[in-house]
Each structure stands twice: as C-alpha cells, then as structure tokens.
Design a protein around this ligand. Structure first.
Ligand code: PGA
Length: 243
C-alpha cells in the first residue's frame, strides 16, 4: 500500500504563513512512483489559498472537520460538499481534540464520515485511548469500540483512512512503544475493510518517523506540530520513500 503522510496544521498560522508553508512543501514534495502520498490539513479559512498554491504539485489537501448534514441551518459549521467544492480530497473526523473539546461521540464521527463519503471526500477516522484507559489495560477494547462505532456502512468502498492517535501522545513528545503500536495496528487491520490505510499519529517527528513507518500495518503517519515546518514534514515524507 502506498504510504500516506498527513500534516494536521490545526488552528495555526496566517494565510500568508499557510501559503509559504504550502509553497515549500509543494515545491519539494517527492514525486516518484514509489513515493508516499502527501496531504495537508489547513484551517478552514486557509483552504482556498492553500488549494491554489498546491495546484499541480501532487500534494493533496484536506479539512480538519465537517458537519454531518450537506447543508442547512448550522451556524458556524462547514459541510462535506463545501469541502469537496473547495478542493479537499480528505477530511479528518473524530480527532481526539474534537471528541474531547466538542464532545463528539462515535455516532457523530460515523455520521460525519458518511457525509464525507457521500460528498466524494475520503474520511480519515481518528481513534485513540486516554492515558487512564491505557493504564487500565483497556487500549484494545476502547479502540475496537471506537472504530466499530465510527465506521459508516460505505467505509469499505471509500478507500478510507484510519488514524491511531493515543490522546496522551498528541503534542506531548511521548509515543507508545513499538510493541504497542504494532498491537493496535494489527487490531485495526483486522477491524477495518481491506484497502484501508492505517496511520499512526502523536508526536511523530523526523527523528522517530523511520522506526514508526517501518512497523507492520503502519501505512503512514498523521503529523501535527512537526508538519508546521516544511523541512521537518518533508523529512518525515522522505522516511516513507524507498531508500
Ligand atoms: P502532534 O499531533 O504530532 O503534534 O502530536 C498529532 C495530531 O494531533 O494529529
């Protein structure tokens, strides 16, 4: 499976900074047959400028969230057809920061993923346990429940993506052991439809990317902080390219 290297820019930067970042990623992205797919997830207000900047550079764009309805009276929300219209190929659904800060349930995530698929946008379903759940030995049961309840019916036809992001590893500099990532990704492989790309996310940097990307059933990474510097993001992508 072709690796996918994803950059989640979260709520950072001005339009000018987003364009500069997109320009240097676009200009230097690896373009070989066996090189990974690259996708960046800018904040909503920057999507138009970043989409124009990336045009023709072979780097895809995604959004960080979408609403479950295609349109209507939902002040402040953005629909999946709008994302498709502005050039998004992917959308993150159920990122732990959404699950936590916006109380999104697995059912919400499933509905958003279904809306994305309807609109022709590939959903990236995020799952992950808390430190308390990990300490209680519940990682696998939590993730199994999250994924099974977050995948919509048509997920198998969507060439969807699942990202394992333990919330205690996000932005903390801490990562699970290689054994733990291997165990969880084996579980995800059993649960997700064939052809689903499985990403690991949480404190991925150029330094640890080669080891993480070499683990079985890791088809790419979802990168937060380290995706805000083009050189670092491209170094992570290089770790997924053939030597
Ligand atoms: P991080 O974030 O790389 O800054 O830990 C990852 C994510 O939240 O997607």
């Amino acid at each position: 499976m072709r690796p996918l290297i994803a950059g989640n820019w979260k709520m950072n930067g001005t339009i000018r900074e987003a364009i500069a970042l997109a320009e240097s990623i676009g200009a230097n992205a690896p373009r070989g047959e066996a090189d990974p797919d690259l996708v960046v997830f800018p904040p909503f207000p920057h999507l138009h400028a970043v989409g124009s900047t990336l045009m023709g550079h072979g780097v895809a764009m995604g959004a960080q969230d979408c609403h479950a309805e295609p349109k209507g009276a939902h002040t402040g929300d953005v629909s999946a057809p709008m994302l498709r219209d502005i050039g998004c190929a992917y959308v993150l659904v159920g990122h732990s920061e959404r699950r936590l800060n916006h109380h999104e349930s697995d059912a919400d995530v499933r509905d958003k993923a279904a809306a994305a698929i309807m609109a022709g946008v590939v959903p990236v379903i995020c799952v992950g346990e808390t430190m308390a759940q990990k300490a209680a030995g519940q990682s696998e049961s939590v993730i199994q429940r999250q994924l099974q309840n977050s995948m919509p019916d048509r997920f198998s036809t969507a060439r969807g993506v699942v990202a394992y992001e333990p919330d205690w590893a996000i932005g903390t500099g801490r990562t699970p052991s290689e054994e733990d990532i291997t165990t969880i990704h084996a579980l995800l492989r059993r649960l997700a439809p064939a052809g689903t790309r499985l990403l690991y996310g949480g404190s991925v940097k150029a330094g640890n990317a080669p080891v993480i990307l070499a683990l079985p059933n890791v088809d790419g990474v979802l990168v937060g902080g380290a995706s805000l510097a083009a050189a670092e993001f491209l170094a992570i992508a290089a770790a997924a390219s053939p030597a």
